[in-house]
Design a protein around this ligand. Sequence first.
Ligand SMILES: [Cu+2]
Length: 183
Amino acid sequence: MKIFFSRNLAASVALTISIVAINVPSTLAHEGLAYQDFGEPGDASNVTRTFEIDLYDNYYEPETLEVQAGETVKFIVKNGGELLHEFNLGTVDMHVAHQKEMRMMMDHGMLTPTGMNHQMMNMDHSAMSMPAMKHDDPNSVLVEPGETKELVWHFHTPIAVEFACNIPGHYEAGMVGELEVKQ
Ligand SMILES: [Cu+2]
């Protein structure tokens, strides 16, 4: 009887723990969130912190960053690799969605493994029934080899997000870093 009771107790404790685990989503998934939920393009005159990020084939240096909610951060993003790379701030779900768009741009020749077709990127694709094919997301920069770009971002909410490269295959290869926005 005693054994039955403790087993039962153990089972119910295990059940409680698993329910808690199921109910707590991954801190990085944030299903349904958009960049507006954690920040917005920042004003360069309000920058409180500057990070230099080096992009290589296929990883970032550094791979973890930490900021405070309320800060405006300047990211100086330098591509020291031989491939085209992206620096995109978002949740896992946002990156997965953007990877599909990037795959489409690659399939249509707007992007190549080493650069972008600037003429095609600036074309009006609505006439070709290819909307949203322009890479102009405010939470992202595309950086060609040897190029340096800047992204100024204001973080308004404590959250854990990722900075990631959504060029086909790069995220999967490990081109992703963690950015924690602290309270
Ligand atoms: Cu990349």
